[in-house]
Design a protein around this ligand. Structure first.
Ligand code: SF4
Length: 186
């Protein structure tokens, strides 16, 4: 789709952009599902994903729940996007990495497109940022601050709940892996 920065787009136009970017699934984001939960942040600090305190995109660097949620609360519409791929088995790390990288690349394309019309949009990524081989946190500033988007979990969002309430699956069955991101548009 050719973007005209002066043109108003509706949600179906944004979903078309998501499809063109290469996502497997996309839907209008349920804004009612954006509940910024302390218990999700508590899961971050439990560090089960080994990202807490290791990335500018994750707590505590991503900011307090209060600060980060206040940024998101001013928006009234957005879209949620997913990349699903298949795994040879539960330990197919190469495929998991490849699906994650594909998702991140598609999200870069989508954010770039939406920023042409909505420069103030708010992207939320899928887990910790993996743009650099080793994150500069905490010794030096982020290398790509214009492409640094905290994870949905950093916003305290329960991703499975946001997916379900937005009409998408969270898990598409055994032998598959799905990564989810969203973008608040305006
Ligand atoms: S872009 Fe690089 S430095 Fe910035 S958060 Fe991501 S991995 Fe860290």
């Amino acid at each position: 789709m050719i973007i005209n920065p002066t043109e108003e787009l509706n949600i179906s136009d944004y979903l078309q952009l998501a499809e063109e970017a290469g996502f497997t699934h996309a839907a209008s984001l349920s804004m009612e599902s954006l509940l910024f939960r302390q218990e999700v942040r508590d899961m971050c600090s439990a560090d089960l994903c080994r990202s807490y305190g290791r990335s500018w995109s994750c707590p505590p660097a991503a900011g307090s729940l209060e600060a980060i949620s206040s940024r998101a609360k001013g928006f009234c519409r957005g879209i949620i996007v997913q990349t699903t791929g298949t795994l040879a088995d539960d330990f197919d790390i190469a495929s998991i990495r490849s699906i994650s990288e594909k998702h991140a690349a598609c999200f870069d394309i989508l954010v770039r497109q939406i920023r042409k019309i909505r420069p103030g949009c708010l992207p939320m990524g899928a887990g910790a940022c993996k743009r650099c081989r080793k994150c500069t946190y905490p010794d030096r500033p982020c290398r790509h601050p214009d492409k640094l988007w905290p994870s949905m979990e950093a916003y305290g969002l329960l991703v499975s709940d946001v997916c379900t309430r937005s009409g998408l699956g969270y898990n598409y069955g055994s032998g598959t892996m799905t990564f989810t991101s969203c973008i608040l548009i305006d």
